[in-house]
Design a protein around this ligand. Structure first.
Ligand SMILES: Nc1ncnc2c1ncn2[C@@H]1O[C@H](COP(=O)(O)OP(=O)(O)OP(=O)(O)O)[C@@H](O)[C@H]1O
Length: 448
């Protein structure tokens, strides 16, 4: 292997890139890669995992996927998303690992090329997509693949999973980033309104059209056109959209002249479009035109390990120096979040207002009523964790008020708890001050 030729090839790549041998040792590196890490890279000595992770073992021995091992298994290129320690701190990077063979078909090493994913973070950071679960990383990998091409992307996922945020990330990391990003909210628009909004109109096209007006397609010239809730587009309008997407031409309302359009198409829907196609509610040809590259946005239930991080992110946005108590986070983690990340943001905002102290306790959370895999009957089972059926409280017989239950429970716990007032407050998920207040109300003078 002629290393100077390899070095010349690496230098020709404008993204951060290295050539490594089968022992992870860096044999050639380009300047963008050197600039990415605050580490002195010694060719023939430094390893990729030392430089990018500060690890002394390969990633697969540190609980992460190793793209080289993936590539070894399949004999083909592999791509994974990792969090690297760069000059700018912890950063998401999408790594493409390509095996390189000599003229005899023998493996001589691997070419590694990085894409920095500036739109995502594993720490609270304003304006970024936050997460660190595997489901989140898989989604980042897909976003990055799509961003590098002009393919039509269909984002599908429940409400509040971040479809609009992802569409912005697709735009900002594409070659169209400097051009406009235009959102078309398809819900509740009639055929006529949607047509004039999209294509614009000529003066005199209809009553009230006193001047020519540009449409959103023209406003998005060179950039990205994002159709939110594309499943809500009326059937009659779908055929006009198909023509626009197929030919990239359109006619403003009242005009006889066609105009040329230039945009990248991104659509989103929380509805099952395939099912709509089967029922004849969405055109099949339009579906295949917009679903060039479908990306599934996982629900918050499918990325439970991200809940605490995203909650901390929204707390940081609130500018209040507060933090969640462990029990409050546990409760959030078992909640089903039908409204996904938008709902989590609302819960955090409310909890910040409801908490009197720097710690947000379970009791400061708004009422949450849908828990993962639990119906109302099994919700009662949750009380096993926080037993209300104590010696003094017989829930099966006479109805007691919640106040009475709380007082009786506190009296019981105070007489049996082994620990001081601070640890009891902690165990009950309230502040010490709140516990003093509640004990006073319950007529309890001291712990056992
Ligand atoms: N990964 C994330 N990290 C931080 N905030 C997020 C993330 N994903 C979404 N959000 C926030 O959650 C809220 C809802 O996101 P967005 O509007 O993109 O969801 P959506 O799927 O388009 O919702 P809908 O289907 O209701 O239109 C926004 O405030 C957005 O900034």
């Amino acid at each position: 292997m002629n290393i100077s030729i390899v070095q010349a090839m690496i230098d020709a790549i404008d993204k951060p890139a290295i050539f490594i041998n089968q022992n992870y040792i860096i044999e050639a590196v380009n300047t963008p890669y050197r600039d990415t890490y605050p580490v002195d890279i010694k060719l023939g000595y430094s390893t990729c995992y030392q430089v990018s992770h500060r690890n002394n073992k390969p990633c697969d021995q540190c609980g992460e996927q190793c793209p080289m091992q993936e590539s070894k298994k399949s004999g083909r290129a592999a791509s994974v998303v990792h969090i690297h320690t760069t000059s700018e701190g912890q950063s998401y990077c999408d790594i493409l690992m390509r095996p390189i063979f000599d003229g005899h078909g023998d493996l001589i090493g691997y070419l590694e090329i990085l894409d920095k994913l500036a739109f995502a973070s594993n720490r609270p950071s304003a304006g970024k997509m936050i997460g660190e679960s595997e489901a989140f990383k898989t989604m980042l990998n897909k976003i990055n693949r799509a961003a590098n091409s002009d393919i039509s992307v269909l984002l599908f996922g429940e409400t509040g999973t971040g479809k609009e945020l992802v569409s912005q990330a697709l735009h900002s990391s594409s070659h169209r980033a400097e051009k406009p990003f235009v959102v078309i909210e398809c819900t509740g628009l009639s055929d006529a309104l949607l047509e004039s909004e999209l294509f614009g109109y000529e003066k005199g096209a209809f009553t009230g059209a006193t001047t020519n007006k540009k449409g959103l397609v023209e406003a998005a010239e060179g950039g990205t056109l994002f159709f939110d809730e594309v499943g809500d587009i009326p059937l009659a309008m779908q055929v006009k959209l198909l023509r626009l997407f197929e030919t990239q031409t359109y006619r403003p309302v009242g005009s006889v002249i066609s105009k040329k359009a230039n945009f990248r198409l991104v659509c989103a829907s929380h509805k099952n479009l395939k099912q709509m196609v089967e029922k004849g509610e969405f055109r099949r040809d339009l579906y295949y035109r917009i679903a060039g590259f479908p990306i599934n946005l996982p629900s918050l239930r499918e990325r439970k390990s991200d809940i605490a991080l995203i909650a901390a992110h929204f707390l940081a946005q609130s500018h209040e120096k507060k933090r969640f108590h462990k029990k409050a986070l546990e409760k959030l983690s078992s909640y089903a979040f039908p409204g996904n990340i938008r709902e989590l943001r609302n819960i955090v905002d409310q909890a910040v207002l409801l908490a009197d102290e720097p710690v947000i306790y379970e009791s400061d959370l708004p009422v949450l009523d849908e828990f993962i895999g639990e119906d109302n009957a099994s919700m009662e089972g949750r009380n096993d964790q926080y037993p209300l059926t104590t010696n003094g409280v017989n829930l099966g017989k006479d109805i007691m008020t919640l106040n009475e239950v709380e007082d009786t429970y506190l009296a019981q716990v105070a007489s049996t708890f082994k620990g001081d007032i601070n640890s009891l407050a902690d165990a009950l998920g309230v502040s010490t001050r709140t516990l003093y207040r509640k004990l006073k109300k319950a007529g309890v003078k001291e712990l056992n």
